[in-house]
Design a protein around this ligand. Structure first.
Ligand code: HEM
Length: 178
């Protein structure tokens, strides 16, 4: 709790239990449509159960990566998505909303580090949100890449991310700002 008040990042502590990495403690102020209470006590594999392709493409890599993570070499990664709200705290969506006119580019800067004394792993998440319109004005070149990602995403990913219809909106915006 004290640590979480010292940094703006969300903090998750992972510990090894029966050969699996399990979420044992966390302070998460900016969940991206997930509920912390449902993930506490779960293994990394179980936490990612709703993520399309995770079990087949990422699960084993992440498990190995966690086992090999060293105290000396913390790592970072980025995760991005487009969401229909600028709020940092996002509840899971109960039903498919009407198509919003505003989209927001949401980026999580995540870090992973092993703690020397406890051997636990701390996973940090710092969330940044900017409106898609502002992003396209500042970085016009991102538009085509985003559109490609949306157009080539598998069907399951479109549903998981809530991206149905976003490609059409983005195409319209790109025409407007060009
Ligand atoms: C290198 C390590 C990790 C990788 C590669 C990874 C990868 C991913 C990916 C691809 C997603 C889907 C996000 C999206 O499409 O927007 C996701 C979601 C998520 N990740 Fe991770 N993740 C990692 C570590 C962790 C850890 C340590 C936690 C511990 C709390 C965690 C918690 C979550 C949660 C709660 C979700 C949302 C799941 C849901 O929708 O219910 N991830 N992760």
């Amino acid at each position: 709790m004290t640590a979480s008040r010292l940094v703006a990042d969300d903090l998750c502590v992972m510990e090894q239990r029966n050969g699996e990495w399990v979420l044992t403690a966390a302070v998460v102020c900016a969940p991206s449509r997930w509920v912390l209470a449902e993930k506490l006590g779960q293994s990394v594999s179980a936490i990612h159960e709703p993520v399309p392709g995770y079990a087949t493409d990422l699960d084993q890599l992440v498990a190995k990566f966690f086992d090999r993570l060293s105290v000396e070499k913390p790592v970072w990664r980025l995760n991005w998505t487009l969401v229909d709200s600028p709020e940092l705290f996002l509840w899971p969506r109960a039903s498919i909303p009407p198509r919003p006119r505003s989209w927001f580019f949401r980026v999580e800067r995540q870090t992973l580090r092993r703690l020397a004394r406890s051997d636990a792993i701390v996973f940090t998440i710092r969330t940044y949100v900017t409106s898609l319109d502002d992003l396209l004005v500042a970085h016009r070149e991102y538009g085509a890449n985003l559109l490609l990602a949306l157009e080539t995403a598998p069907e399951a990913t479109l549903d998981y991310k809530g991206w149905r219809g976003v490609a059409d909106e983005l195409r319209e915006r790109l025409n407007e700002v060009s």
